[in-house]
Ligand binder design. Structure first.
Ligand SMILES: *[C@@H]1O[C@H](CO)[C@@H](O)[C@H](O)[C@H]1NC(C)=O
Ligand SMILES: *[C@@H]1O[C@H](CO)[C@@H](O)[C@H](O)[C@H]1NC(C)=O
Ligand SMILES: *[C@@H]1O[C@H](CO)[C@@H](O)[C@H](O)[C@H]1NC(C)=O
Ligand SMILES: *[C@@H]1O[C@H](CO)[C@@H](O)[C@H](O)[C@H]1NC(C)=O
Length: 272
């Protein structure tokens, strides 16, 4: 979703102003774009656990990731001292199979890694990675002016598996109250609010913290996903029994553009 939001942001900015690619790396999807007319660079980092991770997130044929909760993903962490505005968006990868370490200690695992390790769940590693990330930004030699924490955006697989062709066919938004958030989804949203408030309390100088709370607005948009159209012409040969669907990411244009509309409002509004 972070990458989805970044692509949306680039489309929106690119429609208003020319830019050029000044750096990229296919390995971790890193991109840096320069908007010369505004003297601004936009850097896009893909680090799904925020923390340093090796394994499945780099190579999908691997069975799981090993996530080092005491260390951050190298590239964004190395660049942290150069950023004026930071937008963080993470969450979904914590559902994936992973072994979590703290230094040389294995503190647990999530989902079927095939290893006999204590189940750690999703919320605890997410909280610890989030906290470590915020602390890194505050410990940098040159702190950002603004840190925007994006909350969790739920999927809409309608209780079915992702390869059921009917799992993602909603064509209209939910009405208010029609669909409840899951308990883990609620908790992940709260973690972002709590950890952001906590770092804000412990930081005395003028860094501005904002929560970009997109959980409710995205929860109401089961119609906004690519669905079966994650691949071209999915029904070219009739309706297959099994077919991958995407009920997680947002179409462009689509609901994720609203995340960036709100981000723009946040950045244009002077605090107090
Ligand atoms: C462009 O931004 C850099 C870094 O913030 C600053 O040092 C420089 O003076 C700016 N240039 C112009 C033309 O505003
Ligand atoms: C991904 O991992 C598999 C083994 O699980 C390996 O054979 C393959 O070379 C790896 N691919 C890349 C691009 O590293
Ligand atoms: C890692 O271990 C250190 C030292 O025991 C501890 O202070 C820290 O809270 C631990 N971090 C995590 C993510 O468990
Ligand atoms: C898994 O770990 C537990 C606790 O360390 C141990 O009692 C159990 O025998 C282990 N199971 C297997 C299949 O290794």
């Amino acid at each position: 979703m972070a990458w989805n939001m970044a692509q949306s942001l680039l489309c929106l900015l690119g429609a208003a102003s020319p830019y050029r690619l000044v750096a990229k790396d296919h390995k971790d999807r890193f991109r840096r774009l320069a908007f010369a007319t505004h003297n601004v660079t936009l850097s896009l980092y893909w680090s799904p656990f925020l923390a340093r991770a090796t394994g499945r997130s780099e190579n999908h044929t691997m069975p799981y990731d090993t996530v080092h909760l005491d260390a951050l993903a190298d590239r964004w962490s190395a660049d942290a001292d150069t950023m004026d505005v930071v937008v963080i968006n993470a969450g979904h990868w914590f559902w994936s199979q992973a072994v979590y370490r703290n230094g040389s200690d294995v503190i647990g695992a999530h989902a079927s890694t095939g290893l006999n390790l204590t189940e750690i769940g999703i919320v605890r590693p997410f909280r610890e990675a989030y906290r470590t990330a915020l602390e890194r930004l505050m410990s940098s030699g040159r702190r950002p002016r603004t840190v925007v924490s994006t909350t969790f955006s739920p999927t809409h697989f309608e209780g079915k598996t992702y390869d059921d062709p009917t799992a993602c066919t909603n064509k209209i938004p939910y009405r208010e109250g029609e669909k409840e958030l899951g308990s883990v989804e609620k908790e992940l949203r709260s973690v972002v609010h709590e950890e952001t408030a906590s770092i804000e309390r412990s930081t005395s100088d003028g860094v501005r913290f904002e929560v970009l709370d997109v959980t409710k607005l995205s929860s109401l948009r089961p119609d906004g996903h690519p669905g079966a159209y994650m691949n071209r012409d999915p029904y070219a040969h009739g309706v297959p029994e099994r077919m991958p669907t995407d009920c997680l990411h947002s179409c462009l244009p689509g609901p994720v553009d609203t995340f960036n509309d709100i981000l723009l409002q946040i950045l244009m509004t002077k605090r107090r």
